[in-house]
Design a protein. Structure first.
Length: 132
């Protein structure tokens, strides 16, 4: 081992100060980068939320326009739509009624089909649990 390769204690201390300084500088630059990324991310999230809210409002207005157009279209047909509750199933179904004659034009789903389903469910014990 040569004399030039031996490092004194003071040289080690000076080197450790340099290491501490560069480590602190790296930590500060890392913190600054993280803060900048956080600001960019927050700004991007706010812009994305505002854009999504604007799209929802546009879709809502579009749906309202469609519903208004459908109501205008159905007005000359003199029909009305009623939501009715099935007695045994406690589920709603829709009836389309001709308002001039009070005739049922269509049921969605058909009431007879709901009656059959209720009878099968009762037979299998889904609605009423009976003991023999």
């Amino acid at each position: 081992m040569g004399i030039g390769s031996i490092i004194s204690g003071s040289q080690l201390l000076q080197g450790s100060d340099h290491i501490e300084f560069t480590t602190a500088a790296r930590e500060r630059s890392t913190e600054n980068i993280q803060k900048d990324n956080l600001k960019k991310t927050s700004t991007a999230q706010i812009q994305h939320q505002a854009k999504a809210q604007t799209e929802v409002e546009k879709e809502k207005k579009q749906i309202e326009g469609m519903v208004g157009a459908l109501n205008d279209f159905l007005e000359p047909m003199h029909t009305s739509i009623k939501f009715e509750m099935h007695d045994k199933l406690d589920k709603y179904y829709v009836t389309v009624v001709d308002s001039s004659t009070n005739e049922i034009v269509k049921e969605i789903p058909p009431k007879k089909m709901l009656d059959v389903y209720a009878a099968m469910a009762e037979f299998m014990g889904f609605i009423v649990d009976e003991k023999i």
